[in-house]
Design a protein around this ligand. Structure first.
Ligand code: SF4
Length: 215
């Protein structure tokens, strides 16, 4: 099933993704070990670093630079952050498909080794991803792809788990349906034991958490 409403014309994928050769480590912006506003149930959320789209109204501009931030091996990420109460993993950004090989490895490990469901947010359209052998390698390991560039002039008015109404829910397996994508809130604030305050969600007033750790 796929929501095809408000789809813009097919755009060719930029050349940058072709350089998505094997990367030794993921370059991430932040990791949230448990969130309830980034997809169904309680989820591990992984934000990739690097995006060149410059969507109108993007509320995560600190994810744009293609510079080293948090370097993680796939296994290392799960060892450090995965707990037993997690239903699945959500990947967002930044642009996850700009690290195509690392993204595929992360998703494959989540599904096959940890039994997690997978949700991925991307500025690409599914059609564009299918045209690329680099990017499409990740598709077999994605339950739900939320595709399309964020548009700050079309904010999602409901509790559906997307930033703007032009983005589509592409159900690549039967794991989820639209009913699973209404979140309990638009945003979430977490106060950790050391007093660090982080925010996430789809509200424009929130910023992504600062990298929670120095490595
Ligand atoms: S794809 Fe996401 S991170 Fe990149 S500019 Fe658009 S909204 Fe911002």
């Amino acid at each position: 099933m796929q929501d095809k409403t408000n789809k813009p014309p097919l755009q060719p994928a930029p050349a940058r993704f072709k350089r998505g050769a094997r990367e030794g480590k993921l370059n991430l912006h932040a990791v949230i070990p448990a969130s309830r506003v980034n997809g169904p149930g309680t989820r591990l959320v992984v934000f990739f670093q690097g995006c060149e789209r410059r969507c109108y109204g993007c509320f995560n501009p600190d994810t744009h630079p293609f510079e080293k931030r948090l370097a993680y091996g796939v296994n290392e990420l799960f060892e450090r952050h995965l707990s037993g109460r997690i239903e699945g993993m959500t990947v967002s950004g930044g642009e996850p498909f700009m690290q195509a090989k690392g993204l595929q490895e992360l998703l494959e490990c989540a599904q096959t080794e940890h039994g997690l469901s997978t949700v991925v947010y991307t500025g690409f359209r599914l059609e564009d991803i299918r045209l690329s052998k680099y990017m499409s390698a990740a598709l077999p390991f994605i339950d739900l792809l939320v595709d399309g560039a964020y548009n700050g002039q079309m904010p999602e008015p409901t509790l559906l788990a997307r930033g703007s109404t032009n983005q589509s829910f592409c159900f690549l397996t039967d794991r989820y349906c639209l009913d699973n994508l209404y979140m309990p809130a638009k945003a979430e604030i977490t106060i950790s034991p050391d007093g660090t305050v982080t925010g996430t969600g789809f509200g424009r007033t929130l910023q992504l958490p600062r990298p929670a750790e120095s490595r």
